[in-house]
Design a protein around this ligand. Structure first.
Ligand SMILES: NC(=O)c1ccc[n+]([C@@H]2O[C@H](COP(=O)([O-])OP(=O)(O)OC[C@H]3O[C@@H](n4cnc5c(N)ncnc54)[C@H](OP(=O)(O)O)[C@@H]3O)[C@@H](O)[C@H]2O)c1
Length: 285
């Protein structure tokens, strides 16, 4: 039963990061489910929210019964989340759904799960979503969209495969767990239906657009040089390179069943995503 009334909650569902790749679709899905939604980001009106401006927090959480959390995505993310969790609890808001990342969990690297740990400190009404790479990286993030448009996608991903997930599926899962009982204290790992080698992902785009787009496997150092040449700070470039070498090493290729488990249907396929996106002209030079 997918009903906003199902958990008996009152008051709006707060969506933080509501202008982003997942957040704006979380808003759409929540409304479809009949929920009252308070969609916030740094520039929204009348209510705005900034992780780094606590004066924006009271109006955001006031009367809210549940919240979708896209964290601050920098080195302060866990601290900010810990402060927010305490603040929200003081205002009666404890049903919290955090967008994390499957790779963070699988990496085993210390510190990568700091935001998840901050959320777990909130009690037992949290849910964590751990998606794989979003398909929308190819349409909404310059990291992948710009090279596709330019016709040459150089990445240190070798022949490694990634089960890209559609951000709309992640959002639909989020909206469902925000409005249904039964997901408290649960971690859902979410992937697309099949792992695609980067060369195949790029070929799929080339075929759908009719444009020559080629994938070239490069070393991590070559990639870091590419990114720093485009003005990316070296530390950030090394971090992104690490994410791709993870794919290269086969660490991220396994499938996860979260979309099927929560929505009772298969996740969207990359080929369908690409056909839709190509029709919008997003990759036209
Ligand atoms: N991209 C992927 O492939 C992928 C895969 C797995 C997991 N993830 C995780 O997904 C998360 C990103 O989610 P997303 O892709 O839905 O978002 P996104 O497209 O990166 O957008 C970020 C959102 O956060 C808002 N925001 C940025 N800085 C803020 C601040 N200081 N205070 C309040 N809001 C702020 C932005 O709005 P304004 O700028 O308007 O404020 C926007 O709504 C990250 O944690 C990432 O680890 C991403």
């Amino acid at each position: 039963m997918h009903s906003a009334e199902h958990d008996g909650g009152q008051g709006p569902v707060l969506v933080i990061g509501a202008t982003g790749k997942t957040g704006r679709h979380v808003v759409t899905h929540l409304r479809r489910l009949g929920a009252d939604v308070r969609a916030v980001a740094r520039g929204t009106t009348p209510v705005r929210f900034d992780w780094f401006d606590e004066s924006t927090w009271p109006a955001a959480v006031s009367g809210a019964r549940a919240a979708y959390l896209v964290d601050a995505q920098n080195e302060h993310a866990a601290d900010r989340l810990r402060a927010f969790v305490a603040f929200a609890a003081g205002h009666g808001l404890t049903r919290l759904v955090l967008l994390s990342a499957r790779g963070w969990a699988d990496s085993g690297e210390p510190g990568m799960l700091a935001t998840e740990e901050a959320l777990r400190g909130s009690g037992d009404a949290w849910t964590i979503l751990r998606p794989t790479w979003f398909m929308q990286g190819f349409t909404e993030d310059d990291l992948l969209r710009a090279p596709v448009r330019a016709g040459t996608v150089r990445l240190p991903a070798g022949d490694g495969a990634e089960p890209f997930v559609d951000a709309r599926d992640v959002a639909e899962v989020a909206a469902t767990v925000l409005t249904q009982g039964g997901h408290e204290g649960v971690v859902h790992a979410l992937s697309g239906p099949r792992a695609l080698p980067l060369a195949e992902a790029v070929d799929t785009i080339a075929r759908a657009t009719g444009r020559p787009v080629r994938y070239h496997a490069v070393t991590a150092d070559e990639y870091v040089a590419d990114l720093t040449g485009r003005g990316v700070p070296e530390g950030d470039a090394r971090f992104v390179a690490r994410l791709f070498t993870w794919i290269r090493d086969g660490e991220d290729a396994h499938l996860s069943s979260g979309v099927q488990d929560v929505l009772g249907r298969a996740p969207r396929d990359f080929t369908d995503f690409v056909a839709e996106a190509a029709a919008t002209g997003v990759w036209d030079a």
